[in-house]
Design a protein around this ligand. Structure first.
Ligand code: FE
Length: 208
C-alpha cells in the first residue's frame, strides 16, 4: 500500500512541506499581506468549525436520504461535492459504510493523509507514530483503548489513506435517532466517528 504514496505528499517530504508552509507564512506576514492572527484563526476554523461539521452534514444527509447514501458510497467525491464540499486538489474521497457486521477504521501509515474537505485538519493522535503503526497491526486493541469495544463477530477493516485516495467513514445511525431532523442528526456525528475510532453518539437521553 505504501507504493500508493507518491508525488509531493510522500512522507519523506512532510518535514519539507512543514518548512515550506512556515516560510510562506513568514513571507506573507512580512509583506503585510496577512496577519499571524488571521492565519491562526483559519487553522482553528479548519480544526473545529469548517472541518468535521462538513462531514457531519454529509453523514446526516446519507442517513435520511437512501438515494444520496447510495451515491455517496459509489462516488464519494461527487456526492460530497453535491453539498458544496470539495477542493482536495485531485484527491478522491472514498466513503466506507459501517454496518452491524463491518467496522471501518482509517489511518495513514506513512504520514497524515486525511480527507480535509469533510474533516478539516487531522487531530494530533492521527499523526502520531503509535496510531499509524498500531492501527494496522492491532486495530481492535487501539479501538478498545480509544473507548470503542467491538464484538468479536464484527469484522474490522483498516484503510490506509494516500495522497490520491482519502477515506471517510459513514458511521451507523444511532439507535433512538429515528425521529430526529437532519440538522439534529448531524450534531451526533463526531469527527472520531468519521475516522472510525468511535460510534456516532446516541441522542441525549438515549442510552446505548
Ligand atoms: Fe499520508
Amino acid at each position: 500500500m505504501s507504493e500508493a504514496h507518491s508525488g509531493e505528499h510522500h512522507h519523506e517530504t512532510e518535514p519539507y512541506a512543514a518548512l515550506r508552509t512556515k516560510a510562506l507564512e513568514s513571507l506573507l506576514v512580512e509583506k503585510g499581506l496577512v496577519s499571524s492572527d488571521a492565519i491562526d484563526a483559519l487553522v482553528q476554523a479548519y480544526e473545529q468549525d469548517i472541518g468535521p461539521l462538513n462531514g457531519a452534514k454529509v453523514v446526516a444527509r446519507a442517513w435520511v436520504d437512501p438515494a444520496y447514501k447510495q451515491r455517496l458510497i459509489v462516488k464519494g467525491t461527487e456526492a460530497i461535492a453535491e453539498l458544496g464540499f470539495g477542493g482536495s486538489q485531485g484527491a478522491e474521497i472514498v466513503v466506507l459504510e459501517n454496518t452491524p457486521a463491518v467496522h471501518n477504521m482509517v489511518v495513514c501509515t506513512l504520514c497524515s493523509c486525511y480527507p480535509w474537505p469533510v474533516l478539516g485538519l487531522p487531530p494530533t493522535w492521527y499523526k502520531s507514530h503509535a496510531y499509524r503503526a498500531r492501527a494496522v497491526i492491532e486495530p481492535r486493541a487501539v479501538l478498545r483503548e480509544l473507548g470503542l469495544a467491538l464484538d468479536d463477530s464484527v469484522e474490522v477493516r483498516v484503510w490506509d489513506s494516500t495522497a490520491d485516495v482519502r477515506y471517510m467513514v459513514l458511521p451507523r445511525r444511532p439507535k433512538g435517532s429515528e425521529g430526529l431532523a437532519e440538522a439534529e442528526l448531524a450534531s451526533l456525528v463526531s469527527r472520531d466517528s468519521m475516522i472510525g475510532v468511535a460510534e456516532a453518539g446516541p441522542p441525549s437521553g438515549v442510552g446505548q
